[in-house]
Design a protein around this ligand. Structure first.
Ligand code: NAD
Ligand code: TYD
Length: 353
């Protein structure tokens, strides 16, 4: 992946969890490209995630909301981005159950606003242009005990979050078919790693274990997810973005399925060791609570296509990735305290009490 041209790459949602890792990778790896991070800084967006690159010559932050079509059109007119990597989204299933419309606005309308802006800006010439859409395996719905999601699995979303992401994927494809907009989509499994907002399972439970608060397990805990270390996702996006085929979908996953309860027990053991606590003390915090409505039983990705065609595979084992993740949260207490102050408490009480 040698640098040959100067491209203006717009990355949306770059102040969030996955976006910040993608921005850092691109800023450091492609010094001749201009990387624009567009983010409205919702509760999930945090510029602290990008302190180390904020002064880089090839990095620009644009505070903007993808729901504001005029603002997005203006930014395309001013900067004339060549390519887009679209990650900005409302991303948490529980919040989508509480407020589905917020997900329709950002994930569906916001995505269409970006597609329109790209189409209008690029309309005369699509050469070397690309709209890369970052999506999720949750659009495929739920699996039984066996089987894997492939790129041709039918969409069957069950939560307002996954329905909004499925809709955005359909719009991206439709713009490809109707207007010939060059696009690519990747659908990834559950990510974990540094900088993830502590509303998602792993960082929430790390935070609660540190604080010796109960660990709220939904239902019987026998739900299965396929976990991927966030840097491996960022590398997969880089690879597909530069080497993938326009108009294709790539499934990205960890080949790493865990039932929630087994993952939680592993995390408890790891944290007992790291915190020098008696073995078994964190597991005592496990509390089974009322299930999430519409809870998908199992997600698992078949990542054979990206592996065979582009040579991608995860670089760390789950045990390594989880250990690095726990270390990061223990070393970044200030980050964790900042994001869990204020509004977070309101969210937490409403969700769990
Ligand atoms: P996140 O919630 O951590 O970050 C989302 C970012 O988008 C935040 O910085 C937020 O400020 C920004 N944003 C939200 N609404 C916006 C708006 N209207 N305008 C501009 N910016 C806005 O999410 P994440 O976990 O990093 O996920 C990023 C993308 O990857 C999402 O599209 C998500 O659907 C997808 N994805 C996530 C996972 C996962 O496990 N987290 C897995 C597969 C795919
Ligand atoms: P989450 O991190 O919210 O990701 P997703 O719902 O997108 O897969 O949840 C991962 C799994 O953990 C999911 O099966 C729900 C479960 N879970 C709990 O049991 N308790 C919790 O407090 C949370 C946030 C999740």
């Amino acid at each position: 992946m040698k640098q040959i041209e100067n491209k203006k790459i717009l990355i949306t949602g770059g102040a969030g969890f996955i976006g910040s890792h993608v921005v850092r990778l691109f800023v450091n790896k492609y010094p001749n490209d201009q990387i624009f991070n567009l983010d409205s800084l919702t509760y999930a967006g945090n510029l602290e995630n990008l302190k180390d690159v904020e002064n880089a010559k090839n990095y620009t932050f644009l505070k903007a909301d993808i729901n504001d079509a005029d603002e997005i059109n203006q930014l395309f007119a001013i900067h004339k981005f060549d390519k887009v990597i679209h990650l900005a989204a409302e991303s948490h299933v529980d919040r989508s159950i509480a407020d589905p419309l917020a997900f329709v606005r950002t994930n569906v309308i916001g995505t269409v606003n970006l597609l329109n802006a790209a189409k209008d800006c690029w309309k005369d010439d699509f050469t070397d242009k690309l709209f890369y859409h970052v999506s999720t395996d949750e659009v495929y719905g739920t699996l039984g005990e066996t089987g894997l999601f492939t790129e041709t699995t039918s969409y069957d979303p069950n939560s307002p979050y996954s329905a909004s992401k499925a809709s955005s994927d359909h719009f991206v494809r439709a713009y490809g078919e109707t207007y010939k907009l060059p696009y690519m989509i990747s659908n990834c499994s559950n990510n974990y790693g540094p900088n993830q907002f502590p509303e998602k399972l792993i960082p929430l439970f790390i935070h609660n274990i540190v604080q010796e608060k109960s660990l709220p397990v939904y239902g019987d805990g026998k739900y299965t997810r396929d976990w991927l270390y966030v840097l491996d996702h960022a590398v997969a996006i880089d690879l597909a973005f530069h080497k993938g085929k326009v108009g294709e979908t790539y499934n990205i996953g960890g080949f790493n399925e865990w039932q929630n309860i087994d993952l939680i027990k592993l995390l408890c053991e790891l944290m007992d060791k790291k915190l020098g606590r008696e073995t078994g003390s964190s597991a005592k915090l496990i509390t089974y609570i009322k299930d999430r409505p519409g809870h998908d039983k199992r997600y698992a990705i078949d990542a054979t296509k990206i592996n065979k065609e582009l040579g991608w595979k995860p670089s760390v084992t789950f045990e390594e990735g989880l250990s690095k993740t726990v270390d990061w949260y223990l070393e970044n207490e200030v980050w964790l305290n900042n994001v869990t102050s204020g509004k977070y408490q309101e969210y937490y009480n409403k969700q769990y009490n």
